[in-house]
Design a protein around this ligand. Structure first.
Ligand SMILES: [Zn+2]
Length: 246
């Protein structure tokens, strides 16, 4: 078995056991992947206009774990990234030797938890009667994953999907409109910037430890722009009161 095959095999086994623990049924978790991830780590939503930057998993010196998701991408891509990053934080990833192909494992793990084997195969065989493209679109919508992820998963599971293998994510959106599928919100991004744990920490410092609201606004401008704006507004109107009094 080469490195690639080993990574795929191990990731698939861990994915099955993860799903069994987290859900216990064969179903598509879709957007719920971000909740599952948030249970384990501090989730940071960052908006960066870079199509090659999807996200990152970071472990702080004190052991705290963070996952960054770039909200520039479509929701489909974002959920897949969340599932990919989950591999990097899993026990399965910690147990591997230094030659292990983690990137391949992370992609396989993500595909396996977003598209459980038995479920995707059952639907594929059912939906295929309406044509391969329609079947792929329907599965991608049910699972809330990129179209290309469905194609890749099916081919990894031994299905012959060669005719559609080369279609890009953008081209799939055209295919969906040609086949009369409605517009999907998951093809678009939900531009967001959030770092809930950090936001809470700063807020607590303001409320309980007297941290100045203008300093708090500066600290939060990058990760919690709405709260930062509120603090700034409060600081400005406080400024007015001071002026009036003097
Ligand atoms: Zn990775």
């Amino acid at each position: 078995m080469n490195h690639r095959e080993k990574a795929e095999k191990i990731a698939e086994v861990y994915a099955a056991s993860f799903l069994k623990d987290a859900i216990g049924h064969d179903l598509f978790i879709g957007s719920h992947i971000e909740r599952l991830l948030a249970d384990k780590v501090n989730l940071i939503y960052q908006y960066v206009e870079d199509e090659n930057y999807f996200g990152a998993a970071i472990k702080h010196q004190n052991g705290e774990q963070f996952v960054v998701l770039n909200t520039f991408h479509s929701l489909r891509a974002r959920y897949f990234t969340a599932a990919h990053e989950l591999w990097h934080l899993s026990e399965g990833s910690l147990m591997q030797d230094e030659n292990f192909d983690h990137e391949r494992a992370a992609d396989r793990f993500a595909a396996a938890i977003m598209l459980p084997k038995a479920l995707i195969m059952e639907l594929w065989n059912k939906f295929r009667k309406q044509g391969d493209e329609a079947a792929i679109l329907q599965i991608a919508d049910l699972a809330d994953v990129p179209y290309m992820t469905v194609v890749r998963r099916l081919s990894e599971l031994g299905e012959n999907v060669l005719p559609v293998k080369k279609i890009t994510e953008m081209e799939w959106i055209t295919v969906r409109s040609e086949l009369g599928f409605p517009i999907s919100a998951s093809d678009y991004s939900s531009k967001d910037t959030r770092f809930v744990a950090y936001e809470h920490a700063v807020k607590e410092n303001v409320e309980k430890k007297g941290l100045d609201i203008l300093i708090a606004a500066n600290k939060l401008s990058k990760f919690a722009p709405k709260l930062a704006e509120q603090y700034q507004h409060a600081a400005l109107s406080r400024g007015h009161v001071d002026e009036d009094e003097s």
